[in-house]
Ligand binder design. Sequence first.
Ligand code: G
Ligand code: G
Ligand code: MN
Ligand code: NA
Length: 255
Amino acid sequence: AELVADVRRGLAAGEFELHLQPRVRLSDGAVLGAEGLLRWRHPRDGLRLPGSFLPAIEQDDVMIELGEWVLHEALRLLAAWRREGRPSWQLSINVAARQLRDPAFADRLEQALQQHPEAPPAALELEIVESSALEGVEALERLLARCRALGVGVAIDDFGTGYSSLAYLKRLPATVVKIDQSFVRDIFDDPSDLRIIEGIVALGHAFDLEVVGEGVETVEHGALLLRLGADVAQGWGIARAMPPAQWPDWVAGWR
Ligand code: G
Ligand code: G
Ligand code: MN
Ligand code: NA
């Protein structure tokens, strides 16, 4: 309860930041955009990572307020990118299950897009985890269909770690599947991870999804993902999440 109050205070005080972790195309290294990762510049604790505060507020209404801030911040960044002549860079944001259970989620998204008319809706992507569908895949399917109708993309995050991945692939109107970093990281040590990645790539492409490999920590990981047919790479081997102010320099220095 204390943490919830502190998050509300931090929101009002402008302490949250959306850092950017690049996503690049495996075939040629082109920068495709970034995943937005939440950070809290806490006046007492310094820079706090989501793992230190999200789990404790995930079931609280403040999660919706924080998610709303993330959405607006992402649209502000997308609008700026467009003004800078980069309308095709995509920005994905993580959406908590609590937000998806909010009956007003799609209305809020629609309003946010209207409030940031310069942000191209197609450049925004919502990352959802499979466990968000635990309370019924039908409701989630309808909600995501509305988001897609607004032009926004949908990524299934941490793919392969949930319980009914295949049913969700079939039902959810996704555009992207993100291979969980646990499979990618051990790809050289564990032959079964390699087979799992091959399987996810084949499945993703069969559903016309873009396949993103997460946890790309080295050049070798990227090279192997490319050979396995994945489309996009994200991970520390490319860059760690950075404050938006560092993004232009990173892009200029990439390759
Ligand atoms: O940034 P980091 O790698 O520490 O992220 C840890 C976890 O927090 C990841 O599972 C990520 O999906 C989640 N996360 C990061 N930013 C957000 C956010 O803005 N909203 C939600 N709901 N989860 C986030
Ligand atoms: O669950 P999600 O995929 O949104 O989580 C993203 C999290 O993974 C962030 O906390 C980010 O810091 C972390 N991450 C991103 N790239 C790498 C990587 O190459 N290796 C490891 N170990 N973690 C990573
Ligand atoms: Mn994610
Ligand atoms: Na992930």
